[in-house]
Design a protein around this ligand. Structure first.
Ligand SMILES: [Zn+2]
Length: 631
């Protein structure tokens, strides 16, 4: 429900929430001096440059320049709007936000995201009620029962039913006065071809609402009740739904993933439901796409061990191989980092015995055997070796092909010890000297390791739109480094103001900000003076007030440091700054005028200007001395 959140509530929530606690849920933090550091969740990196300051209640990444307070962290991390982040935190800390109806103007301002979430939630309820209590829902209830889906599962996952008709959802929403145009943005209805008007996207289908990790409904999947095609239909991508990032079931899986340290990744909605029903709640499904680096990065927040589960059919194996490429590249990144090696995601591939999908396997063999098989699931490289042996056999020709096929993946392993172990394993499995394998590997290692092994390898992805050489958006190589704004001096002074508020009085008294050339920094300086900052723990509060995200990041970058400021040093710095600024600007202008006067032989003018220059130098010196003599 969209509501206006009073300023004092925002402060109350911010004071209750500890940024280290909140960040720790997503990032593994280690203490380093006054601060905590970890691997940045916003770009791909091998050594931690993501810094959290418990004193100032802010974060800053020295790698990609992301920074802010606890709200901005949640907004970035979970893709929330500001009110969503505030409300979410409020709920967690038991702080009630009074709900006040919105004025028409405020209503207009609610972001499109909020509206989409709201529409999705209402559509979910509508479909859910249709399934549970309408006469028309009987056919779907019978179907789900036949598939072995329990009533509790239907409630837990909010399954629904879209009736067979063109406008059930449309007319439901038109009664609620929600325009079809807005519904079209949500993907729930489509415009009629060649005619005006709209029609429901989902008709005569079981509805699987798709949630994000914070329980917002982001989209829907629909499955037919018979053999008609397409068997599955999903929401189109919208402002709130991106299938390369979303995982079905994450909202119910995340806690168990954390406690078990393992996540199962399956292929379909019903697989997730089957696993959950049998107590394997740490399972999610990708949504009509192979596992992407974004998925992997997201999942490593919840579990370090990932098990990809596939049916035994060819499609499952093909898909597993395609995943291996994506996965390994991400994996390689994890391996390269020295600091958190013990937390490396370890990845396994579980291919179920012939004729089984997770549902049938659970039903026939039970969860114990499933977990047993999962515990034995081979790691990625071992899986590839198994596949290569199966494919080529152990004849002499077969062995040659196996080695050729394994060259690139083995060369891509950056951890020397791991690489040696896998080479040993391959050599033993096919009965050949380790040195022979090693030699073949070293032939390809140099350049192939750089570009990703599957570019021209045996497991080049079948999907032509998938480009292994490209990194996902948001990953390290595409992000620009921290924004550097303003000159060094001005940045230093703002940093001083943020880290050493004792100086603010002098900054104001000597009008230091008037000497600033960079407007953004000057503006931040004015915010700081206005906010009457008295200690560094108010920095996070200040951050909520600056008027742009860019300024917020800039504040974070300048506040995060912990220089040991003292009054004397600070005043000396200010003195130098004033002196330098005057030299540069005033003398610059004067010098131009002097030059012009010289050129035109205007002696009177020249004398006047030189006099002026002399005075200016004296004045600057005086001001400098005044600042210096403060202490
Ligand atoms: Zn970063």
């Amino acid at each position: 429900m969209a509501v206006f959140i009073p300023e004092e509530k925002i402060s109350e929530i911010k004071n209750a929430a500890d940024i280290v606690d909140i960040v720790s849920e997503a990032v593994l933090l280690k203490k380093a001096g006054k601060n905590h550091v970890g691997l940045c969740p916003f770009h791909s990196e091998k050594t931690p440059s993501f810094t959290v300051s418990p004193d100032k209640q802010i974060f800053y990444c020295f790698g990609c320049g992301a920074g802010g307070n606890v709200f901005s962290f949640l907004m970035k991390q979970e893709g929330l709007s500001f009110p969503e982040a505030v409300r979410g935190l409020g709920k967690r800390y038991g702080i009630d936000i009074p709900e006040r109806p919105l004025s028409p103007e405020q209503k207009k301002k609610i972001s499109e995201r909020e509206r989409l979430f709201d529409i999705n939630r209402r559509a979910m309820e509508f479909y859910h009620q249709t399934l549970k209590s309408s006469g028309a829902g009987q056919v779907a209830r019978t179907y789900l029962k036949k598939r072995g889906i329990f009533q509790k599962t239907i409630d837990d996952f909010k399954l629904g039913f879209a009736r067979d008709g063109w406008d059930y959802l449309l007319s439901y929403f038109s009664k609620k006065r929600i325009s079809p145009a807005l519904l079209e943005i949500s993907g729930l209805v489509l415009p009629k071809k060649n005619k005006s008007g709209y029609y429901d996207r989902f008709r005569d289908r079981i509805i699987f609402p798709i949630f994000d990790a914070s329980m917002q409904v982001i989209g829907f999947g629909g499955r037919v009740l018979d053999d008609s095609l397409p068997k599955y239909l999903n929401s189109p991508e919208t402002l709130v739904y991106n299938k390369r990032r979303s995982l079905y079931g994450i909202q119910r899986a995340k806690e168990k993933c954390r406690s078990a340290g393992t996540v199962f990744i399956v292929e379909g909605y019903l697989d997730v439901l089957a696993l959950h029903q049998h107590g394997v709640e740490n399972s999610v499904a990708t949504l009509g796409t192979a596992l992407t680096p974004d998925h992997i990065r997201f999942l490593t927040r919840f579990a370090s061990r990932m098990i990809l589960v596939y049916d035994s059919d060819d499609a499952g194996i093909r898909s597993a191989k395609r995943c291996v490429d994506t996965f390994w590249k991400e994996h390689v990144d994890f391996r390269r980092q020295d600091v958190f090696r013990e937390e490396n995601a370890d990845t396994h591939i579980l291919v179920l015995p012939a004729g089984h999908d997770p549902d049938s396997f659970m039903f026939e063999k039970g969860p114990e055997l499933f977990l047993e098989a999962a515990a034995k699931a081979p790691g990625i490289i071992t899986f590839l070796i198994n596949c290569a042996i199966d494919k080529h056999g152990l004849s002499t020709e077969g062995k040659v092909r196996i080695i050729k096929e394994m060259q690139a993946p083995l060369a891509a392993i950056n951890d020397r010890v791991a690489q040696a172990l896998y080479i040993q394993q391959l050599a033993e499995r096919i009965g050949i000297a380790e040195n022979a394998v090693l030699q073949r590997i070293s032939e390809v290692s140099a350049q192939k390791a750089k570009i990703g092994f599957a570019v021209d390898g045996p497991y080049a992805p079948a999907d032509p739109t998938h480009q292994p050489g490209l990194r996902a958006p948001g990953s390290g190589s595409k992000r620009s480094a921290a924004v550097i704004t303003g000159n060094r001096f001005e940045r230093k002074i703002i940093a001083m103001m943020l880290q050493f508020p004792d100086i603010l009085h002098e900054i104001e008294r000597f009008n230091i900000l008037n000497y600033f050339e960079n407007n953004e920094l000057k503006n931040i300086g004015e915010y700081i003076l206005k906010s009457n900052l008295t200690s560094t723990d108010q920095v996070s509060e200040l951050m909520s007030r600056v008027d742009s995200e860019q300024k917020q990041t800039l504040v974070a970058s300048l506040a995060i440091g912990d220089e040991s400021w003292n009054m004397k040093g600070c005043l000396r710095l200010l003195g130098k700054f004033v002196e330098k600024g005057q030299k540069l600007r005033d003398r610059g202008v004067l010098d131009e005028q002097i030059k012009a006067a010289e050129k035109s032989n205007d002696h009177d003018q020249l004398l006047k200007l030189l006099n002026q220059k002399q005075k200016m130098a004296e004045r600057s010196e005086k001001q400098k001395m005044a600042i210096l003599s403060e202490k």
